[in-house]
Design a protein around this ligand. Structure first.
Ligand code: FAD
Ligand code: NAI
Length: 475
């Protein structure tokens, strides 16, 4: 006998659990099935984001940043630290506790919103009556019937061909977040978001980190001026980033990993490391879904094919988050999840993909929303640019964190903000103002005329907006 629901959500990552909650708020009977198992064998909802992604990486970034400040930053404030020690096991335990709090928070939210949770793996079993039959295997063995289904099964790390993750020597994000002692020499393949964040964590804790990147340009998705500033800052910190390389061989051994690669000048090079993080992107996760049972189509790259509204090729089945096109970001997954739940209930929500912010939680932080300057040039769009350096911001000086700038790009005629790019302290928080402004189709003049508290980092945003019109006051 199957249990019937208006909606079954497969996956309790940020796309899935948020969709389930929103649908339950709107009055649907909702089940959410998630396979992730915690260290003690119980459910661990929250997906990649909570278990091996956003949350644990930020926990370790915070711990490692405290360590770095204590070791190198406090002295200029007149604070001496002697006998500074590091307990990596404690850091990892704290990170695991933060993860568990989030797992438990989601289970609590399911209860609060009357979402029925099943801990197991869901697969399509076929169509029946006016909906779909799903089997759940694992901790929970169930057959479910759903009028509508949202697939939110996320993504997995991409392996280098022929080099499987063993999570001891060759690490995906999972292993990179659980290293039990600081490696002396850490290799990273891929200078993308994970490579830079995890490379920063282990460099701050004392590893000698070498990052090998295939592309000749650093952080191609970011504004070029920001990428240039970031490369300079990371280099100063000691991250050894080598661009334009071709990996020829990766040989894990007893004591480490031997890498052979061709550098940008065409020279053969060898690099021996104790551990290697491979962070070369992620692939959609549709394994075990049995998509064929209902005729669900994947695109050429294995993503579930959806339209702008996250409708799949099968009426009644929707897909959101990393398993569909677009940036692999938790907040993008959440917005899609909410929008689909509302669409199922007859509402007409809209997700504006043009205002999805990006953040890289390195130091300095990097954040942006909207078009880069190089993209505007390529489009032939007439624009004005205004920048303001944190060096000229009083709060940044007081913090002792003056690297970077804010750059505002606005339409040359209408002054509408087209993009905002930030590198510097708390860029992750500052970018929210830019996203709000762009959602409201604000002009640079609007930000320039809004009263910003003094002394705050946000004044750099106002000053950059003023600079669009050549009338920055403090620079
Ligand atoms: P996921 O979070 O991957 O969740 C999918 C869930 O579905 C998983 O729990 C999985 O077990 C479950 N599942 C899969 N198949 C089945 C099945 N058949 N039955 C039942 N359950 C199933 N993004 C940000 O925005 N900010 C960050 O700071 C950030 N940091 C990151 C750091 C790292 C190291 C990594 C790897 C990623 C990071 N991301 C970050 C990306 C973010 O984690 C993803 O974009 C986000 O988790 C995608 O959400 P999702 O719901 O689509 O999928
Ligand atoms: P990524 O796409 O950010 O970066 C991968 C990098 O690896 C690219 O620069 C690419 O050119 C390079 N690369 C690919 N193949 C290579 C090869 N064979 N040799 C050398 N370099 C190679 O992917 P990453 O870092 O794995 O992260 C996956 C996704 O997770 C990100 O795209 C992002 O969506 C999400 N994420 C988001 C975070 C955030 O929002 N702060 C943090 C971490 C991950």
């Amino acid at each position: 006998m199957s249990k019937a629901f208006d909606l079954v959500v497969i996956g309790a990552g940020p796309g899935g659990y948020i969709a389930a909650i929103r649908a339950a708020q709107l009055g649907l009977s909702v089940a959410c099935v998630d396979a992730w198992t915690g260290a003690k064998g119980g459910p661990a909802p929250g997906g990649t984001c909570t278990n091996v992604g956003c949350i644990p990486s930020k926990a370790l970034l915070q711990s490692s940043e405290h360590f770095e400040h204590a070791g190198h930053g406090f002295a200029e404030h007149g604070i001496g630290v002697s006998g500074l020690t590091m307990d990596v096991a404690r850091m990892i335990t704290r990170k695991d506790q933060v993860v568990r709090q989030n797992n438990e928070g989601i289970l609590y939210l399911f209860k609060k919103n009357k979402v029925t949770f099943f801990h197991g793996r869901a697969a399509f079993a076929g169509r029946r009556d006016d909906g779909f039959e799903l089997s759940v295997s694992g901790k929970a063995e169930e057959t479910l019937h759903a009028r509508q289904v949202i697939v939110a099964t996320g993504s997995n790390p991409r392996e280098l061909p022929g080099v499987p993750f063993d999570e001891q020597r060759v690490l995906s994000n999972t292993g990179a977040l659980a290293i039990d002692a600081v490696p002396q020499r850490l290799g990273v393949i891929g200078a993308g978001v994970i490579g830079l964040e995890m490379g920063s964590v282990w460099r701050r804790l004392g590893a000698q980190v070498t990052v090998l990147e295939a592309l000749p340009d650093f952080l191609g998705a970011a504004d070029q001026q920001v990428a240039k500033e970031a490369l300079k800052a990371f280099g100063k910190q000691g991250l050894d980033i080598r661009l334009g390389v071709k990996i020829d061989a990766v040989e894990p051994g007893q004591d480490g990993v031997a890498l052979r690669y061709t550098d940008a000048a065409g020279q053969a090079q060898q690099l021996d490391v104790d551990r290697l993080i491979v962070s070369i992107g992620r692939v959609p996760n549709t394994a075990g879904l049995n998509a064929d049972a209902v005729g669900l189509q994947l695109d050429a790259r294995g993503f579930i094919q959806v339209d702008d509204d996250c409708r799949t090729t099968v009426q009644g089945i929707w897909a959101v988050g990393d398993v569909v096109r677009g940036p692999m970001l938790a907040h993008k997954a959440e917005e899609e999840g909410v929008a689909v739940a509302e669409r199922i209930c007859g509402q007409k929500p809209h997700v504006d993909f043009a205002t999805v912010p990006w953040v890289i939680y390195t130091s300095p932080e990097i954040a942006w929303v909207g078009a880069t300057e190089q993209a505007l040039k390529a489009q032939g769009r007439a624009y004005k640019a205004g920048s303001f350096p944190f060096m000229a911001n009083g709060r940044a000086r007081a913090l002792g964190d003056t690297t970077g700038f804010v750059k505002v790009l606005a339409d040359a005629t209408t002054d509408e903000i087209l993009g905002v790019h930030i590198i510097g302290p708390l860029a992750s928080e500052l970018v929210a103002e830019a996203a709000v402004a762009m959602e409201f189709k604000a002009a640079a003049e609007d930000i320039a005329r809004i009263c910003h508290a003094h002394p705050t980092l946000s004044e750099a945003m106002k000053e950059a907006a003023l600079a669009v019109d050549g009338r920055s006051l403090n620079f």
